[in-house]
Write a protein that binds this ligand. Sequence first.
Ligand code: ADP
Ligand code: SF4
Ligand code: MG
Length: 321
Amino acid sequence: MSGPLLQIDGLHIAFGSRSVWRDVVRGVDLRVSAGEVVGLVGESGSGKSLTALSVMGLLPLGAKVSSGRILFDGTELVGMRDGAMNKLRGRDIGMIFQDPLSALNPAIPVGKQIVDSLRTHASMTRRAAEARVVELLDLVGINQPAERARAYAHELSGGMRQRVMTALAVSSNPKLLIADEPTTALDVTVQAQVIGMLDRIRRDLGIAVLFISHNLDLVASICDRVSVMYAGRVVESGAVEPLFDAPRHPYTRQLLRCVPRLDGGTGPMPTIPGLPPRFGSVLPGCAFTPRCVVSQARCSAQAPPMRRESGHLSVCWEGVP
Ligand SMILES: Nc1ncnc2c1ncn2[C@@H]1O[C@H](COP(=O)(O)OP(=O)(O)O)[C@@H](O)[C@H]1O
Ligand code: SF4
Ligand SMILES: [Mg+2]
C-alpha cells in the first residue's frame, strides 16, 4: 500500500430527511498512516464522533455522508455495501468508545463474546479462540484472565470493561483502532492506566489509532499528530509537539487555556466564553467569529484561508494581509 492507511477527503455529513439535509460535518480532511496515532480534539458537538462513525459505516439514522471520500487501505468506504463493510469493520478496523456496556452483550460472558468474534472474523477453531482470549485479556492487563473471561460485563469495574472492549476491538488484529473518548467516563487514575494499556498494545500490535478526546493532556501524551475540530471543520492540524507548543489557530489557543491545571490549583476551570453555532446553521465566514478574541471584520463574511507551513495547517484570517 502506498499513501495513508486512512484518508478522509472533504467529508460532509448531513442530518435530515427527504429534501432537507443540513451539514453538520463540513469538509473534513484527515490522514492516519499505518502505525500512527492521530488525535481528534474539539469541544462537544464539533463532529468528532460522526466523523469516526462514518469510517465505521455506523452513522445514526437520519445521517448520511453527503459528499467526500473515505479511503481505507486504498478502498473507498463511502457507499460500500453492508456485507463488505461488516467484514472490514470486524477484521480491519476496531472501535472502542466511552460506554463499554453498549458494546458488550450483558447476557453473554465477556470471554465468549471475544471467542465469537475471533471465530467469525479470524476463522479460528473454538479451542484456538479460547486460548487467544486468555492471551488477549492478559495483553490488556487483566489479572487472572481465564477466570475473568467467564464474567459478565456488569460484574466488572469500568476500567476493566474498557480493557475487555479493547481486547474485543483488537482481537482480529485490525490495522486501525478508533478510540472515541475511551476514558472520559473513568476516574483520573484508572484513565491513566487505560491510556497506558492502549499505548502499549498499539505498539505491541503495530496498530494505527484515531484517538478522539477533549482531553488535550491525553492527546499530547500518546498522539503523533493532532487535528482540531470546530463546528464540523478541521481548523488546525499538525505534529503534536509544535502544535501544542505554538498553536496557530485562535480556537486551539483558547482550548489550551482551558486544560485543567496539573499543579492542583483551585478555582473554576476556565471555559471558552460563548457557545458553538447551532446545529446546521449556515455560516458564510469563520464559525468561530462570535467567540474569537482576535476576530476581524472579514471573519464573519468570508471563509478563512487554509495555510500550511512545514506540515502545520491552520484555517484562519489572522496574520493574512
Ligand atoms: N443523532 C443525532 N441527531 C441529530 N443531530 C445529531 C445527532 N448526533 C449528532 N448530531 C449533531 O451533529 C453534531 C456533531 O455531533 P458529534 O459528532 O456527536 O460531536 P462530538 O463527537 O464532537 O461531540 C452535534 O452538534 C449535533 O448537532
Ligand atoms: S478566521 Fe477570524 S474569527 Fe476565525 S479564528 Fe481566525 S481570526 Fe478568529
Ligand atoms: Mg463524541
